[in-house]
Design a binder for this molecule. Structure first.
Ligand SMILES: Cc1cc2nc3c(=O)[nH]c(=O)nc-3n(C[C@H](O)[C@H](O)[C@H](O)COP(=O)(O)OP(=O)(O)OC[C@H]3O[C@@H](n4cnc5c(N)ncnc54)[C@H](O)[C@@H]3O)c2cc1C
Length: 394
């Protein structure tokens, strides 16, 4: 029987395999896709996640493949005025012990995959979709549609927002549609006008929308995310939904008609590379039992899918993986007790991040008096309002 079965080879599953391998635990990672590839665009990793990745020996490779933004500048999307700035770069290293890194999801995924392969503690099985979960006295058995079952001492469900493990063990739990679409694109930085080639992160706030951009891949690319509110949301999350290029252009024109011309121009330039993503989350866990039951535990988006307005979904998966490995080492405890201890350590932290991300969505997209109050608070409070010590110090 294997030590730990991990369902899902995304950022969370690979992070779990790597962290468990570091404490001498072997795993069997099961991924439904035919190859290990990551779709998507850029993500930001706060110092809370970076500290774990540095501990795992990935400091140099991530510094090469990612980008450390010098600062964050928040602007009013309507008139382009600056609302406030926060120093990042070395300031973050001094304050929190690690930088804020922006990176292409594919580059982070590849980095974790290479580290797992080099460690040689995890067997990677592709093209295998977990279908059933069955508790045994001595462990867990998982079933597949097209091959025989597999057994392990424990099962970690790292199979994403629509987790089959969650559905099998906890039953169907509907996701909550936010009514927001994320349009994500990646642009060649050297082909952009100089105004868009700075080393900072930009966050533009407007009524019912916000825009985020930052360099990735050592500064070669600019990641651009435009989040708008719309009524026609599909039934489930996923990449490049039912949004034709024409629909996307119409959505963005309608949402951004009042935005300042330079921001509209940047979004127009990204036209060809745009992909649409409908945003969903789930209410936070009510107790540790929502994250671990018997010999099965959830990790990453499977446990706590969140809106991306605190840029922490992957960060929480990495924190989860680190915590899981720490608790797995407690060999005096039973498997159930170790997983319960992991869930105890994680459910409130992840729930707080889910709630704060939702709140940020409301504040970012505010109109009228609330927008006025937000802008005043940013202008007067500056860095004190934008920084998140409770999140990054962890
Ligand atoms: C617009 C947007 C912006 C974001 N920005 C940020 C950001 O700046 N910072 C940040 O930290 N996070 C960000 N996130 C969130 C982040 O991308 C996710 O939280 C993170 O990728 C979740 O990783 P995961 O491994 O838990 O899940 P996933 O990446 O979904 O991986 C799950 C894996 O499980 C596999 N799988 C699914 N079902 C099965 C099955 N039955 N059997 C076997 N395998 C299966 C899938 O193929 C997949 O490989 C953003 C998300 C969005 C949508």
């Amino acid at each position: 029987m294997r030590d730990v079965l991990i369902a899902g080879g995304g950022i969370g599953g690979l992070a779990a395999a790597l962290a468990l391998g570091r404490v001498g635990t072997t795993s069997q990672l099961i991924e439904q896709a035919e190859t290990f590839t990551e779709v998507g665009a850029g993500i930001g990793l706060g110092p809370n996640a970076m500290k774990r990745l540095h501990d795992w020996g990935l400091k140099d490779v991530l510094a090469q493949r990612g980008f450390v933004p010098s600062h964050l500048e928040v602007r009013n999307a309507l008139d382009g005025r600056s609302l406030g700035q926060m120093a990042m770069g070395d300031d973050f290293v001094h304050r929190y012990g690690a930088p804020y890194l922006t990176i292409h999801r594919a580059d982070l995924h590849q980095t974790l995959l290479e580290a797992v392969q080099a460690q040689n503690q995890s067997s990677l099985l592709l093209n295998s979709s977990l279908h059933t979960v069955q508790p045994l006295d001595e462990g867990v058995q998982i079933g597949f549609e097209h091959s025989g079952p597999m057994q392990g001492m424990a099962l970690i469900g790292a199979d994403g927002i629509s987790s089959r493990v969650r559905q099998q063990v906890w039953g169907s739990q509907p996701l909550v549609p936010s009514g927001h679409w994320a349009y994500r694109s990646v642009l060649q930085r050297d082909q952009l006008p100089p105004v868009w080639r700075g080393d900072g992160m930009g966050l533009w706030l407007g009524p019912r929308l916000h825009v985020v951009h930052y360099p990735i891949r050592g500064g070669e690319l600019l990641n651009l995310v435009v989040i708008v509110e719309a009524q026609d949301i599909p039934a489930a999350p996923g990449w490049d939904h039912v949004r034709s290029a024409e629909e996307a252009t119409l959505d963005l024109q309608a949402a951004m008609y009042a935005c300042c011309p330079s921001l509209q121009e940047l979004v127009r330039m990204a036209g060809h590379s745009r992909k649409a993503w409908a945003l969903f989350d789930k209410p936070p866990a009510r107790s540790a039992q929502d994250m671990a039951k018997g010999k099965v535990a959830l990790l990453g988006d499977a446990a706590h899918p969140m809106l991306p307005y605190l840029a922490q979904g992957a960060g929480m998966a990495i924190e989860d993986a680190d915590s899981l490995a720490q608790h797995w080492q407690q060999h005096s405890l039973t498997v159930e007790q170790r997983l319960q201890a992991y869930a105890q350590a994680r459910w409130q932290r992840a729930g707080k991040v889910q709630q704060r991300a939702r709140r940020n969505g409301r504040v970012f997209h505010a109109r009228g008096p609330l927008a006025w109050a937000r802008n005043m608070a940013m202008s007067l409070g500056g860095q004190n309002v934008m920084d998140q010590p409770w999140l990054y110090k962890y």
